[in-house]
Design a protein around this ligand. Structure first.
Ligand code: SF4
Length: 445
């Protein structure tokens, strides 16, 4: 058998006919990244295409200094793939830049953008239009793109209000995470990149989105950032993130579905998020296996501990309702050298155990596809990421486990199904059956 990337992708599409081909290709793009021809880059905020905002991590597979023209003229935030030899339904993919990728986007002879794999046309590429709210600045000159970027084709406002994590250094930082490095590299390049976003800036940016998003494409916001182990602005973690939640819900009650990504906090703190008006809570457990959790997320192990983390997830389910507690794990890190499982079978068995543990209690985890960023220990040692077959089998087991427990796709992600999904950093939503319940109906008033 040929060992080309095309053969790998097509072989998996054939072996897993019940997984949409869109999802197979999307997973490979997310783990590998894309090379961008100069003709496929944006004109930053001056053009017609929405640029990549660097909304939390770098999600690039080379440092900014090695991205060439893509470091000066940003790539688009996301791409929409259609057609091609696999007759793709519309598939939204988050952009991860990798100048060495076998996937490339360039203009063809008709002037349209094409995604190619190893030189062969693979899909037509649509780019996100510049949203009107990105054309307006805050009174202090800051941009909406930096203060309140939107992703998932405009569905989600991503509020990384703390651009740094207080888990610091090799003994604490999650081994796949480049949040602190990303902050440093943007600062070094002289890009505007605010460490702690003032509440008033966030409210002003949201007011611009509220005013100019007349089609109401934005449906949700995520409040997030690094973990707080001491204080920021004199506030502990729950108070720090809570002040944004409180201010947003006071000014824009129920305008968007409010989500918080934070540490697994004690129940009383979680209750305050709920009281402020937050609907969905993401206490991310990152990786299921006990040994791997302590090695890959040493800060979480040290400050909270795995068992306590899981216990607090269940406590949070009593506050929000099980369906509205959606802990994330990072798909692929459990196979990363030097700690990870040696075989795909072992890795899938472990993650399925974790899915069963939560789903049997009505909690629906979700996952993002690991991007092996070079400044992280795991990215440095595993530049190719996890095997594509692992990612496809994970989609398979996720869907089967969800069905086994009689659960629906998690709320707050738009409509499921290939051709519908907007969740751009994993294809789990592309793989699930379309849900007849709309997000708005699923979210309690
Ligand atoms: S808790 Fe881990 S994943 Fe989250 S920002 Fe800190 S180091 Fe990164």
């Amino acid at each position: 058998m040929s060992d080309t990337r095309t053969a790998l992708v097509e072989g998996l599409m054939e072996r897993f006919p019940h997984i949409p081909p869109e999802a197979v290709l999307k997973e490979d793009l997310l783990r590998t990244g894309i090379a961008f021809d100069e003709s496929a880059l944006t004109d930053n905020l001056e053009g017609e295409i929405k640029p990549k905002s660097y909304f939390i991590f770098s999600f690039d597979q080379k440092p900014l200094t090695e991205l060439g023209e893509a470091a000066i003229r940003r790539p688009p935030e996301e791409i929409a793939l259609t057609g091609g030899p696999y007759e793709l339904r519309r598939t939204i993919v988050s952009v991860r830049v990798n100048p060495g990728s076998p996937y490339r986007i360039a203009r063809d002879e008709t002037g349209g953008l094409q995604l190619s794999l190893e030189g062969r046309a693979t899909a037509d590429v649509g780019l996100p239009p510049m949203p009107e709210y990105y054309r307006h600045e805050l009174a202090n000159g800051k941009t909406v793109m930096e203060t309140a970027p939107t992703i998932q084709w405009g569905y989600l406002i991503y509020l990384t209000v703390l651009r740094l994590c207080q888990y610091f250094g090799a003994k604490e930082e999650c081994q796949f995470c480049d949040i602190n490095h990303n902050w440093r590299q943007h600062k070094q390049e002289g890009r505007p990149y605010t460490g702690v976003k003032p509440v008033d800036d966030v409210l002003e940016a949201l007011a611009l989105i509220d005013r100019y998003d007349t089609a109401k494409a934005s449906k949700a916001y995520t409040l997030t950032g690094g973990s707080v182990t001491s204080t920021v602005d004199g506030l502990a973690e729950a108070d720090f993130y809570g002040r944004y939640a409180q201010a947003i819900e006071e000014q824009f009650p129920n305008r968007w579905i409010g989500k918080v990504v934070a540490q697994a906090l004690p129940k009383a703190d979680v209750q305050r998020y709920k009281d402020y008006g937050i609907t969905i809570y993401h206490p991310n457990y990152e990786v299921w296996d006990k040994r791997l959790f302590s090695l890959i997320s040493p800060g979480k192990e040290r400050y909270v501990g795995r068992e306590e983390w899981h216990r607090r997830i269940f406590d949070a389910a009593e506050v929000f309702g099980a369906r509205f507690v959606i802990p994330n794990f990072v798909a692929g890190v459990e196979m990363a050298r030097p700690y990870g499982f040696e075989t795909i079978d072992e890795a899938i068995a472990s993650t399925t155990e974790g899915l069963d543990y939560f789903m049997s209690r009505g909690i629906t985890p979700r996952f993002t596809t690991w991007c092996p960023e070079p400044a992280t220990p795991l990215g440095r040692d595993n530049p190719a990421g996890a095997p594509l077959e692992y990612h496809i089998r994970l989609l398979e087991t996720y869907r089967a486990t969800l069905e086994r427990h009689g659960l629906k796709p998690p709320p707050g992600y738009g409509v499921a199904g290939a051709g519908n999904a907007v969740f751009s950093v994993s294809s789990f939503m592309d793989t699930l059956a379309p849900d007849e319940v709309t997000v708005e109906e699923a979210v309690p008033a």
